[in-house]
Structure formats: structure tokens, C-alpha cells
Design a protein. Structure first.
Length: 123
């Protein structure tokens, strides 16, 4: 992957966060874990995404609205006998148009340095 290209997909720390959230859910039992705690105590701002990933893996997690400023609480109801693998979604562009064209293609004219005009010049 080129250094200047944005990385797509799950961050490298996602699996660790999922494990820690699962531990908290197991330990809390029917009381559950608040979204507020996950965000402000543990600094996991993508906790909703990690919960969604756990659900896709087969965990049954209920989201309760208990009112207040951060009303969402997560409660683990059941665990799967076998985990479902998480499938990397991929890039939406690739699924609709095929692989992205390379910007270093030799058949393109040199860049003018003016991005708005390059799109017109290269047609």
C-alpha cells in the first residue's frame, strides 16, 4: 500500500477492542455496559461499530435506551457456539467499477498542478 493512500477497512486495534468489550459485557451480566462508559472511560469512540461486529459474529447483544444524555446500554443475551468470520467489506468503488485506475499511469498527460483542470484535460 502506498504511504499517501488512506487505509480502508478495520483498524488494527479493532479485534482487541472487541475482546475487551466482550469481557465487559460478560462481567456486567444483565446490568449491561453503557455507551457512555465505553466512550469516556475507555476512550473507545467506535464502540458502536465494535458491538455491530460482535453481532455479525453471532453474539446476541441488546441495545437498551435508558434515557439521559447517553442513553444506550448494551446487554449480552447469548453467545454463539461457533463464531462467524467477519468479512472485510472492501471498497465500494471496486464493487461498482472494478479496480481503481493508477494515478501513475504512463498514458496520462502530465499534471498541470490544478486538480480542477486536470480532470478536463485528461478526458
Amino acid at each position: 500500500m502506498r504511504a499517501d493512500r488512506t487505509r480502508r477497512g478495520r483498524p488494527t486495534f479493532a479485534a482487541n477492542q472487541r475482546e475487551k468489550i466482550l469481557e465487559l459485557l460478560r462481567a456486567s451480566g444483565p446490568r449491561g455496559v453503557s455507551r457512555e462508559e465505553l466512550i469516556f472511560r475507555y476512550r473507545w469512540t467506535q464502540c458502536g461499530t465494535r458491538i455491530f461486529e460482535l453481532q455479525k459474529m453471532g453474539f446476541v447483544i441488546r441495545s437498551d435506551d435508558r434515557g439521559g444524555r447517553y442513553p444506550t446500554w448494551y446487554v449480552l443475551l447469548s453467545e454463539p457456539l461457533e463464531l462467524k468470520p467477519l468479512v472485510e467489506a472492501g471498497d465500494w468503488y471496486d464493487s461498482q467499477h472494478g479496480p481503481r485506475p493508477s494515478h501513475r499511469s504512463t498514458d496520462l498527460p502530465p499534471s498541470s498542478g490544478l486538480p480542477l483542470f486536470d480532470a478536463v484535460v485528461r478526458r
